[in-house]
Design a protein around this ligand. Structure first.
Ligand code: SF4
Ligand code: SF4
Length: 288
């Protein structure tokens, strides 16, 4: 268990101080935050059913259900080398079916060598760099792509696009991952090309202070329009929940097989708009 100050105090003084009574909480699996920019990438990858060679960061949560869009996570910086190795081992069989996903700070820490290897060894891997403008998992530290030093001083901002081009990647695309439809189309396009490519997914972490302060739209589910298809739930956004409906209610709606509707929490929604794109029944709308 965790060694906290209360345990240490008890070990030294023999006295125990209970701050509060423990309570039973419902099990809650870890999930990406509402409005997380990684969600759009992993949702797209899960739809494309490609092999995803992952790396270490908050985005490793993309491995969990319902996204289930990460197949391997070996060690920090290994995603690109792993994808390249799979591509070399399987040859044509792997063409268009393997993607490496790596965070911006991990890429700058130990992913660059992998991409140099891809270029040097005539690889055709598609690499997605998740540029969320911070090092989120370990507590929002700066990194060489943010333009600030670890002490918060202004410094040179490494331009990931120019860096990848300088290494020799000719196909470098930048996407807004919240535009799920465009993101999926661009990943598909790059997978179909027999050349190495980099897709930079650029959108700030939803928990950055400036993002939290930014005024954003709010979304709601028009409960009458919701058909209960559950497509929006596949995004695994904690702001979207499911509410069951009775058989009578389903009949009243003219959809006797409908079992429930989706609901958006106005407290949790950060207005990324991904669910609005995913809903094919126009049931998710912006609050005007
Ligand atoms: S995708 Fe739209 S119609 Fe389907 S459950 Fe969600 S809100 Fe309802
Ligand atoms: S807009 Fe939709 S997907 Fe984005 S945070 Fe709000 S509920 Fe979640």
């Amino acid at each position: 268990g965790e060694l906290d100050q209360y345990k240490i105090k008890k070990a030294i003084t023999g006295k125990e101080k209970k701050l509060f009574e423990s309570i039973e909480l419902p099990p809650r699996p870890p999930a990406m935050c509402p409005g997380c920019p990684h969600r759009g990438i992993f949702y797209s990858l899960s739809r494309l059913k490609v092999f995803v060679s992952g790396d270490i960061g908050c985005y490793t949560l993309g491995a969990l259900k319902p996204l289930s869009a990460m197949d391997t996570c070996v060690c920090m910086g290994a995603s690109i080398g792993n994808a390249h190795g799979i591509e070399k081992a399987l040859g044509k069989e792997a063409q268009g079916r393997v993607v490496a996903v790596i965070g911006d700070s991990t890429f700058l820490h130990s992913g660059i060598t992998g991409i140099i290897n891809v270029v040097y060894n005539r690889g055709t891997s598609t690499v997605i760099i998740l540029d969320n403008r911070t090092t989120a998992m370990t507590g929002h530290q700066e990194n060489p792509a943010t333009g600030k030093t670890a002490m918060g001083e202004d410094t040179v901002e490494i331009d990931l696009e120019r860096l990848c081009k300088a290494i020799g990647i000719e196909r470098v695309r930048v996407v807004n991952p919240h535009r799920i439809d465009e993101t999926e189309r661009i990943i598909k396009e790059e997978l179909s090309v027999e050349a190495p490519s980099v897709i930079i997914s650029k959108a700030p972490c939803a928990l950055l202070p400036e993002e939290r302060r930014r005024k954003k739209p709010l979304y709601f589910v028009d409960s009458e329009a919701c058909t209960g298809c559950r497509s929006c739930l596949r995004l695994a956004c904690p702001a979207i929940s499911w509410k069951g409906i009775s058989e009578e209610e389903a009949k009243r709606r003219g959809r006797p097989k409908q079992r429930g509707i989706s609901v958006i929490s106005e407290v949790l929604c950060t207005g990324c708009g991904e669910c609005e794109i995913v809903c094919k029944f126009d049931a998710i709308k912006e609050v005007k």
